[in-house]
Design a protein around this ligand. Structure first.
Ligand SMILES: O=C(O)C[C@H](O)C(=O)O
Ligand code: SF4
Length: 509
């Protein structure tokens, strides 16, 4: 009985974490929404994010399609069998994957094969500790890959762009943390949260940083100096003008939590774990007698229910309709800042597909077509039909080495993703006649709702997230952030935020 109840409790923890954003995170997002100026792209993005949070809650479906590398932290009373808990976690993870609460995210690093059930060597992460209390505490974080890629570790002393020398003191630490927010730009789906670890070695420093992500957004650091630094970072990071999704705006960082530990004389690390707005972490207390949940964490205060609302703001008057195949003339008429609404066909393609297309033919005719950088959560019904359960964009910059060449080789006119791309792609958009469209990262339910059918799939051997899905969409909204005239909103925001960062060069602490 204990074992079945335990597995059920863990399954509930996984589902809740993936689908229902915690109350403190909701409040932080609501606050950011209020601070943003109405009518801007940033305000529109936050509206979409809020809608998406509500849809995930209502549909009991993943907030974001990237459900990360599930990481459990478990504390057990002396005498509790940890091997049984491990086995129960693995079964619950496999079941939650089958039920599309998690995306199959576990990939063999050598062969590239997706295990299909979120299990594999070292996956999920499970860290156990014993404690003196008489209940089991189980914490879970689902941190996606885009924000994980924006984690950064500084070894002091160091030189930082915009800020100069960061020495081995509190002011050097301050500079590193501010820089970490700048270097993430919108690529980790800002507005984000950061956990910081001061000290330790390379691995324990990151562990400490990630541990901070389990703190409540609203708590106050018991160390007064660190409390002051946390407030300072949030305040100043929000003057950088990076904004939601890197579109510019007021809300860049929604929380900063700093922990400290000792170090050895030769090393001085500042480790920063960046978490996207889809800040999915939850915890439960479990009875070791029954395996049932006694208590849910993060339940203090009001739960903000975001009402579904019209996301195209009144002031964004003109929406350009797009349908593939798109002509070169049409693409060249688009410019940075335009809002587009896409209906018709698009094809997903991310890391494996881009690598593949460099040396192979495409499985379909891509002339004039739209590629969507997306690895969806899919579910097959009993009749063998595929359904999209979550389908937001992935970070496009990973395709930078390939994108321009592939657009030219196959005649692709538009790519949709998030976070923007670099100079190589920008040059190719200009030369070939192409456009980069930014969708709202993490808004996986919102976009899944725009997908009206799955018309086919190719290259399934790459696994569900990496296959080429043929999607039929209606009114899929995105913003032009790189056009065929050499303009890139991402390059502009990077430049202006670096200038703002440089204003904080002088000693403060
Ligand atoms: O893997 C994904 O679907 C998205 C990823 O979390 C990302 O932010 O790029
Ligand atoms: S797509 Fe964005 S919201 Fe989703 S996991 Fe990646 S960084 Fe987070």
């Amino acid at each position: 009985m204990y074992i079945e109840a335990l597995e059920k409790s863990i399954y509930e923890l996984i589902t809740e974490t993936s689908t229902n954003l915690p109350k403190d995170v909701r409040r932080a997002i609501a606050k950011a929404k209020k601070a943003e100026n109405a009518g801007t792209r940033a305000a529109m993005s936050l509206d979409t994010i809020a809608n998406n949070i509500q849809m995930a809650d209502d549909n009991v479906s993943p907030i974001c399609q990237d459900t990360g590398l599930p990481t459990f932290k478990i504390k057990t009373p002396i005498g509790v069998n940890q091997l049984e808990i491990k086995a129960a976690i693995k079964r619950a993870i496999a079941q939650a994957t089958k039920d599309a609460k998690l995306r199959p995210n576990s990939v063999d690093s050598i062969t590239g094969e997706n295990s299909g059930d979120n299990l594999g060597d070292g996956v999920p992460v499970m860290k156990f500790e014993q404690w003196e209390q008489d209940h089991i505490e189980m914490k879970l974080i689902l941190k996606g890959g885009g924000c994980e890629n924006k984690n950064i570790q500084y070894s002091l002393p160091t030189e930082l762009e915009g800020l100069g020398r960061a020495g081995r003191d509190l002011d050097g630490i301050r500079k590193c943390i501010l820089h970490s927010v700048y270097q993430a730009q919108g690529q980790g789906c800002s507005a984000g949260f950061i956990g910081v670890g001061i000290g330790g070695d390379r691995s324990s420093g990151y562990d400490l940083a990630k541990e901070q992500l389990f703190r409540s957004v609203e708590d106050v650091n018991p160390n007064q100096e660190l409390a002051k630094l946390e407030d300072y970072i949030v305040e100043k990071a929000n003057t950088l003008g990076i904004g939601t999704m890197g579109f510019g705006g007021e809300a860049t960082l929604l929380g900063c939590k700093i922990g400290v530990m000792h170090r050895i004389p030769a090393s001085f690390y500042v480790s920063v774990a960046y978490n996207c707005w889809a800040y999915r972490r939850m915890a439960i207390d479990i009875s070791p007698a029954t395996g049932e949940i006694n208590n849910w964490h993060y339940q203090d205060g009001e739960k903000i229910e975001f009402k579904q609302q019209e996301t195209i703001d009144e002031e964004v008057k003109e929406v350009v309709r797009l349908e593939a195949p798109i002509t070169e003339e049409k693409v060249r008429s688009l410019k940075v800042g335009d809002v587009v609404s896409i209906s018709g066909r698009m094809y997903t393609g991310r890391d494996a597909i881009h690598h593949h297309l460099m040396s192979h033919d495409a499985p379909v005719d891509l002339d004039g077509q739209i590629i969507y950088h997306c690895g969806p959560v899919m579910q097959k019904d009993t009749e063998g039909n595929w359904h999209v359960r979550a389908a937001g964009p992935t970070t496009s910059i990973r395709e930078e080495p390939y994108q321009g060449d592939i657009m030219k080789k196959f005649g692709i006119r538009a790519v949709i993703g998030k976070g923007g791309m670099g100079p190589k792609t920008l040059a190719a958009l200009n030369e070939h006649g192409g456009v980069y469209l930014n969708a709202i990262g993490g808004a996986a339910q919102y976009y899944a709702d725009c997908i009206k059918g799955v018309d086919g799939v190719d290259l399934m051997e790459f696994g569900i997230p990496e296959a080429m899905w043929h999607l039929r969409v209606e009114d899929f909204t995105a913003v032009v952030t790189m056009d065929s005239h050499g303009n890139s909103l991402h390059a502009d925001v990077d430049k202006s935020s670096l200038e703002k960062l440089a204003l904080h060069k002088e000693r403060v602490f």
